[in-house]
Design a protein around this ligand. Structure first.
Ligand code: ADP
Length: 268
């Protein structure tokens, strides 16, 4: 079993990713695809006159400020446009893909944060109208039901809160939970960078391999949303996944290159 997470940042080539997935599925490789949509969400938010806002935690992690209206835009992009177009690409390539958000069958479930601590102008504030949370449970039975019948699940946020609300969750960490829950051997995290760079954005400083014990130190190289990927990698490996690979989704054969170790390979 492999879990592939394809990001939502600008420059990602979804056609190339879907080409590889179609080949893998035809070879009989069971897999789950998880996707993002951050860039498209920013674009649509601007078009709708509600520019995106981000919260920075005291620990330096950034997340999208997701009030009820933003969650609608988020769902339009993730579970709407992005999911539909990826499923379409796979269907065109002969893969019987099925799109699911984390709400469907409570696929991705976890508590909504009652409030989010953020730093604004150097001061800590509590944000209470944010619909965000963290995935703590994966409906593995649902994924297995689909996989056992020849469907390829294409999964996206939002997730489902314990109270049944739609919540924004981080896609990388959701993919890590899915990989751990399915006992996947590899979690491949594709984005618009070649992997984790020691000195971002200098691509010559790609870190080819990292041991689990080095992840905490690696957090200091990662800026912005890359921090969530490092955290996700750590959670996947702690959950039993043998290898997490950060790799480039702008090149041909992106998934095969990653499976063969191109990018940043993180191992137990
Ligand atoms: P996606 O939506 O594709 O999952 P993100 O935007 O969440 O991607 O994260 C990837 C981004 O992280 C890169 O585009 C890059 O701008 C940023 N980044 C920050 N620090 C690093 C780093 N040390 N190495 C690689 N990328 C980094």
């Amino acid at each position: 079993m492999i879990v592939i997470k394809v990001g939502g940042s600008a420059g990602i080539n979804y056609d190339l990713v879907c080409d590889d997935i179609a080949l893998l599925v035809k070879e009989g490789q069971p897999l789950v695809l998880v996707h993002g949509g951050s860039h498209e969400t920013n674009v649509l938010s601007e078009k709708l006159g509600k520019p995106p806002r981000f919260l920075t935690s005291p620990q330096g992690f950034t997340s999208r400020y997701t009030d009820a209206e933003t969650l609608d835009i988020f769902a339009m992009v993730y579970a709407g446009k992005m999911n539909t177009r990826i499923v379409e690409r796979l269907q065109k390539r002969g893969v019987n893909a099925i799109g699911l958000s984390g709400l469907d069958g409570r696929l991705l479930e976890g508590p909504r944060k009652a409030s989010v601590r953020a730093v604004v102008d150097g001061r800590q504030v509590l944000v209470r109208d944010d619909f965000t949370g963290k995935v703590e449970r994966v409906n593995v039975a649902l994924l297995r039901l689909l996989l056992d019948h020849g469907y390829t699940p294409v999964v996206s946020p939002p997730a489902c809160s314990t109270a049944g609300e739609a919540i924004n969750v981080d896609g990388d960490r959701a993919a890590a939970m899915i990989a751990a829950a399915l006992g996947a051997k590899q979690l491949i995290i594709l984005s618009n960078v070649p992997g984790l760079l020691r000195d971002f954005p200098d691509e010559r400083t790609l870190i080819p391999r990292l041991a689990y014990g080095e992840l905490e130190q690696a957090l200091s190289f990662a800026e912005g949303r890359m921090k969530k990927k490092v955290l996700g990698a750590s959670e996947a490996i702690a959950g039993g996944v043998s290898q997490v690979i950060f790799a480039d989704a702008r090149i041909t054969r992106p998934v095969f290159h990653a499976m063969n170790g191109a990018g940043t390979v993180i191992e137990r």
